[in-house]
Every structure is written in structure tokens, then in C-alpha cells.
Write a protein that binds this ligand. Structure first.
Ligand code: T1G
Length: 654
């Protein structure tokens, strides 16, 4: 190994070789790691005094996969499939000692080893489909020779890692260890060193075969859930290949498909988003900036947003004080939070001990003075500026001088709220998305007066919550809501021009959105936007095209699902009202309606998103076009495998 430091080292302990990979931060299988590992395998095979080898990793995790940063560069030998083929043909038994995550190529390397042991806290998986890929180094061929084919499909097509205990139940892990992985791995290697060398996985018989009906039952849920994504379906088919074809043919088929997917638009988009999200959550601000510790957090309001935020805070081990206007509202809010925590316990997201501890971390009060020691307070009351100003005037009197004051407003002027307080430098917007304990997106809204220390502390706080935090400047709707308002307007223009709500919603779902803009408004309720439009009516620019269709629906009390009808009826009766109103509004404006194709609908929506995104960049509301894509994918249902509105513009994906 010349040039770069060899990230693979070997210690000889008795007659066992302890092979350690040290390639921070996640021991990705870069070219130097692959080359170092290949040299090591050759050397150990030649060394007659070595009876077995343990493969372990430094740092916080086992190998987390191939080095994704190499995918857009020419592939350099040794190629991973060849390395793993060589590993499994080693004349000495290899034991993979897994901690942290064994993912993608990392799990494939572990499958190339003869044994796998793991500590309880580790996870194993094939997340490649999240990058628009499939395992490309033999994993789909070896896996069904180690675990049941149905489990193999769920692991490879689902992309969700499994805990070590389940992996052991499946037979993917041979031994679970508690607290000293290295010691136990060396002992395990000593025990198996004298045993006959196990058959390489790729030469082993299949664990089970499935009938054609079995495969139908296994594969159809995968395609039903794919929503236009290619990789999950192809991944499942690859497992079927591996089960039904000879191993050599299956290896070749896997390799070909991997290369095809690696060059696909979907994979390029998903890899773009992976890095866009990682770089977005980097703590912005220079290293010289101090961070204010945030442990005790106040939340004003126990409604939908407030209870979601409180739950997110508790799940990230903060202590929380919920403030409500009276005892009844407070008890209702706390009950909602407890129901969320109970649900997390039921879903196995937290264990009983953590559940009990979190409950004790929640207190409540109807008195603002209970917040005297809070490090941060998040206002989550009704979207009314006067109400918010009143809250902040009270907070001003009780909060300690170095506490951060945050508003969860989704579009109101954070600058005006900051200016109303004694210390505007500590006021910031933290725009959570509902449900706040589930949605990963958080827009952090900066004003001209907020300090770098407050902002950086908010980014650190967001990372602890497990949120993807995107910085935004102050404008109506910040990044996501502003773009949504723009394309919602464009969709309403299309209603007047000739389309119907169902046609627009169908085009959006076909493009990959989970639901169309009109179905989404019915879910959220039409009344909030109506109230906002009425407030803005007096100052609305009369030269700007205004569509009154939604107003007509609201005037009829059609606020969406919650009233049984909105853009659609929800009582299984035929609805002619909406189309009649649309035709009337088109006629009132003298518009000659013409049908609009699904392609044109999507084109007009994407162009509107990109145009608004360009304005948001020009106004420095968003720092990067990647941030706009991260917002639209993580907060507004834009299909991940298309990268985002700005990405589609750059890469002209159809
Ligand atoms: N390659 C290169 N860089 C990676 C990486 C990878 N596989 N995984 C993470 N990083 C970087 C990441 O960008 C960040 O960089 C830093 O490591 C810390 O990551 C051949 C084809 C492992 C669960 O999809 O899921 O193998 O910002 O902040 O929160 O068949 O990283 O510090 O500069 O996310 O502790 C399959 C992707 C690849 C795993 C750790 N593997 N990674 O989470 O840290 S394809 C994956 C993750 C493959 C084979 C196939 C997570 C993590 P920076 P982080 P974390």
C-alpha cells in the first residue's frame, strides 16, 4: 500500500489475526480499504501460523457500506464483488465482529465472512434501495443461502435495517455478545479455528424455495408500496433470481442490474438528496461560535403542534414544561402527549424504562413564571399575530436573559415578533411540521437581529431532535409554505383554465406525490387559508389574478374532510357542486376552458416551484437550491426519487 495511510491494520493475537478497519467516520469501503483488505486476506492465507481471522472496525460502527462518494467516479480495483469472492474463498475462517451498523457493502463483506457475531445494539441491513440501488457485491445471492427467502426480500427490498437480535433469530448472526465485542470475537475465533472450514455462503444450498404463488404474495406488496420507485421492485426480483438461478448467473444478473441502477435518474436523485440532507444538518456558523445548552424547554400551547413538539422534545431526552391557558386545556394537552408516548412504546421505538422516564420529564403549568429556568421556549399557539405578540410579551418578563425564544409560526413575520421583545437577538423561528414528533423537517428562521450563537444552538438542538434543519430567512411562508402557496395558486389557475381537481390530483399522484394538492387541502382544512385570504383581501394587489373558487366552497361551509366535503365529497355521494362553481368562475372571467394534459399539469407545477425557488434564492431566503429540495421532499411530499423541484430542473428528469 503506497501513498495513503493503510486503513486496514493487523494484530496477531496467538494464532488469531485481528484485522481492524479504521476509515472514519463510518468505515466506508473506499478503494484504500478494499485494497488493504485484499492484501490482508492474501497475507493471512499465506501465514501458516494464523488459524483464523477476526474483522472488526474502529470508531462507532462496523462498515456502513460502499463509499457513496465514489459512485460518480470511475470504479477502481479491487472491485468489491471480487474482494468478497476472494474473502469467502480464504483458506482460513473469518469472523465478522459487528457493532454499530453493518449496512450495504458492509453487510455483504460480513456475508463473505464464514461467521458473524454482533453486539446487541448493532443493526444490519441493506439500505441501498434508499439510494435507488440494490446490493451489488453478491449480497442478494449469499443472503437467501443464509436466511429465509421471504426475510431476504424484506431486508433487501424494504431497505430498513434490523436489530441484531432479530438477525440472530434469522440466522444472519451466529452469536450475540453483550459488552466486549473484541474479546468475545477473539474467543469465538479461537473456538472455531480448529473446526472444518464452513462452506462459502455462495456455495451453500438455499434456505428455502418458494412457489410461484409464494413469490406473488411476496412481490406484490413490494410493488404496491414502491409508488414509482424502481429499486425496491428490482431488488425483490433479484432475490427471486438468486433463488431460482444458479449462483454464477445470479451474481452476473445482480452486477448488471446494479450498474444499470447506479446510472439511473432515480439513483442519481436519491444520492443527491442523501448528501444534500447530510450537508444541510451540518451545524452552520464558525467553530468559534459558542453553543447555548438546551436541556429544559418550555412549550406554549397544548394543541396539535404543541403536543407534537413536546413529544419530540421528550423523545430526545429534554425536560419539558407545557404551558396552557387553564387546567382543562393543560390536562388535555398532557393526555395527548402521553398517548403519543404510549404509541411509541407500543411500536417498540422506546422501551418501558425510557417510557417511564420520559413521563417524569414532562411537567405543566398555567403560569408563565414556571419557565424561569427554561433554556428555550417554543411558542405554538394559534396562527394569529396579536395572540403571538401577547405570548412573547409575557415571555419577556419571565425568561432568563440568555434563554432562546422561538415561535413555531408557519408563515407570520418573525421579525415583527422579535422586534416586540426586549432582546430581539434571542428570538428565532422554529417551524415544525405536523405531526412534529414524526416529521423530520424543521425550518430554522433567522432574523437580522438573531445572534450566530442562538442560531448555532438551534441547529445543535435540531440535530439532537433528529431533525433535518434548514435555515430560512423571513418572508411569508419561508421556503416550503411559500412554494406550496405558489403552486397551489397555479393549480387553481388551471381549474379556471380547464382542469378539474381530480385531474390535477391524479397527475400529481402519478408523478409520485402521496396525494394531490386538493386532497391535501381537504385533509388540512380549507378554513385556515380562507381566514388568511380574508385578512389579506384589503391589501391584495388587484392586478394579480385571483381565483375565488375556494372562497365559494368555504362560504358554503365546505371546509374539507372535517365537514364532510370540500374540494371533494366524503359521503360517497356524487358531487356536482365543485365542477359547477368552477365552470361559473371560468365563465365570469370569460375564460374559454380547454382540457389540460397530465404532462402539462406537472410541467406547470414544476415550473412554478422552480420559479418561486429561484426567487427564494435571489432574495437569500434559502442559502442553497439543495435546501429547497430537502424542504420540498421532507415536508411537502415531493417524491424523493425525483430529487426535488430544483434538481429536476437541473437534470431535466422527465
Ligand atoms: N459513503 C460515504 N460517506 C458516508 C456513507 C457512505 N456509505 N455513509 C455515511 N457517510 C458520511 C455522511 O455523508 C457524513 O459525512 C458522515 O459519513 C457521517 O454520516 C456496494 C452499493 C451509517 C446510519 O446507504 O445511513 O453499500 O457530513 O451523519 O447519523 O452493494 O450515515 O460527516 O461529511 O449519517 O451516525 C449503503 C448510508 C451504501 C449507509 C450513520 N450504505 N449512511 O449515521 O452519521 S451503497 C448506506 C447512513 C452500498 C453495496 C452498496 C448513515 C449511518 P459528513 P451521518 P450517522
Amino acid at each position: 500500500m503506497t501513498g495513503k495511510m493503510n486503513p486496514v491494520s493487523v494484530d496477531i493475537i496467538g494464532d488469531i489475526a485481528l484485522v481492524t478497519i479504521a476509515n472514519p467516520p463510518v468505515n466506508a469501503l473506499s478503494q484504500t480499504v478494499r485494497a488493504g483488505l485484499l492484501d490482508t486476506i492474501e497475507n493471512i492465507d499465506k501465514n501458516r501460523s494464523i488459524l483464523a481471522a477476526v474483522l472488526i472496525c474502529d470508531g462507532r460502527t462496523f462498515i456502513a457500506g460502499a463509499d457513496i462518494t465514489e459512485f460518480d467516479k470511475p470504479s477502481i480495483e479491487p472491485h468489491l464483488p471480487d474482494l468478497i469472492d476472494r474473502l469467502e474463498c480464504s483458506t482460513k475462517p473469518w469472523v465478522a465482529a459487528i457493532h454499530g451498523n453493518a449496512l450495504g457493502g458492509g453487510l455483504e463483506v460480513a456475508l463473505g465472512c464464514h461467521y458473524r457475531i454482533a453486539d446487541f445494539s448493532s443493526k444490519l441491513g441493506f439500505p441501498e434501495v434508499k439510494l435507488g440501488l440494490i446490493p451489488g457485491a453478491g449480497g442478494t445471492v449469499r443472503l437467501p443461502r443464509i436466511v429465509d427467502s421471504v426475510n431476504a426480500v424484506s431486508l433487501v427490498a424494504g431497505g430498513k435495517p434490523i436489530k441484531a437480535q432479530l438477525a440472530a433469530e434469522w440466522g444472519l448472526v451466529d452469536l450475540l455478545v453483550e459488552d466486549n465485542l473484541k474479546r468475545d470475537a477473539l474467543n469465538f475465533a479461537q473456538q472455531i479455528a480448529s473446526l472444518p472450514l464452513p462452506e462459502p455462503a455462495s456455495k451453500r444450498p438455499l434456505i428455502n424455495k418458494l412457489t410461484a404463488d409464494d413469490w406473488e404474495a411476496v412481490l406484490s406488496p413490494v410493488s404496491n408500496k414502491a409508488h414509482g420507485q424502481i429499486a425496491p421492485v428490482r431488488a425483490a426480483e433479484t432475490i427471486r433470481n438468486a433463488v431460482e438461478k444458479p449462483a454464477d448467473e445470479a451474481f452476473a444478473a445482480e452486477r448488471n442490474l446494479f450498474s444499470e441502477l447506479k446510472n439511473s435518474d432515480q439513483s442519481r436523485a436519491l444520492r443527491y438528496l442523501f448528501f444534500a440532507e447530510k450537508s444541510a444538518s451540518k451545524i452552520s456558523g464558525s467553530s468559534s461560535v459558542d453553543f447555548m445548552p438546551v436541556e429544559l424547554v418550555g412549550v406554549i400551547g397544548g394543541g396539535t403542534m404543541g403536543t407534537g413538539i413536546v413529544t419530540a422534545l421528550l423523545l430526545s431526552n429534554h425536560s419539558v414544561i407545557m404551558i396552557e391557558r387553564d387546567e382543562t386545556a393543560l390536562e388535555k394537552g398532557k393526555a395527548t402527549v402521553l398517548s403519543y408516548l404510549q404509541n411509541s412504546l407500543k411500536r417498540g421505538l422506546i422501551n418501558a424504562a425510557k417510557h417511564a422516564r420520559l413521563i417524569t420529564s414532562l411537567t405543566g403549568s398555567i403560569k408563565y413564571k414556571a419557565l424561569a429556568n427554561a433554556d428555550l421556549v417554543i411558542e405554538a399557539v394559534y396562527e394569529d399575530m396579536d395572540m403571538k405578540l401577547d405570548v412573547f410579551s409575557k415571555l419577556d418578563t419571565v425568561m432568563k436573559p440568555d434563554a432562546i425564544l422561538a415561535t413555531n409560526t408557519s408563515y407570520l413575520d418573525v421579525k415583527r415578533i422579535a422586534a416586540s421583545t426586549k432582546i430581539p437577538a434571542r428570538v428565532v423561528g422554529l417551524h415544525f411540521f405536523s405531526p412534529a414528533h414524526i416529521m423530520k423537517l424543521l425550518e430554522i428562521i433567522r432574523t437580522d437581529s438573531v445572534t450566530a450563537e442562538v442560531l448555532s444552538s438551534c441547529f445543535l438542538f435540531a440535530k439532537r431532535l433528529g431533525k433535518i434543519a434548514i435555515p430560512a430567512g423571513v418572508c411569508e411562508g419561508f421556503i416550503g409554505n411559500r412554494i406550496m402557496s405558489a403552486y397551489r395558486r397555479e393549480c387553481e389557475y388551471m381549474l379556471e383554465d380547464g382542469a378539474l381537481p381530480q385531474e390535477i390530483d391524479d397527475a400529481m399522484v402519478a408523478f409520485g406525490f402521496p396525494m394531490g394538492i386538493f386532497a391535501m387541502q381537504d385533509l388540512a382544512g380549507l378554513d385556515i387559508a380562507w381566514a388568511m385570504r380574508k385578512r389579506q383581501a384589503a391589501t391584495r394587489n388587484s392586478n394579480t389574478r385571483y381565483v375565488a373558487i375556494a372562497d365559494r366552497l368555504c362560504e358554503m361551509g365546505r371546509f374539507g374532510r372535517k365537514t364532510g366535503s370540500g374540494w371533494y365529497r366524503y359521503d360517497n355521494t356524487t358531487d356536482t357542486v365543485v365542477e359547477k362553481i368552477i365552470l361559473q368562475e371560468s365563465a365570469l372571467k370569460g375564460i374559454q376552458r380547454k382540457s389540460i394534459s397530465a404532462e402539462e399539469i406537472i410541467e406547470r407545477i414544476l415550473n412554478t416551484m422552480r420559479n418561486e425557488g429561484s426567487k427564494i434564492l435571489a432574495e437569500k431566503i434559502a442559502n442553497r437550491s439543495e435546501d429547497i429540495d430537502v424542504v420540498m421532499v421532507n415536508g411537502y411530499g415531493f417524491p424523493r426519487w425525483r430529487g426535488g423541484p430544483m434538481f429536476t430542473g437541473k437534470n431535466l428528469i422527465p
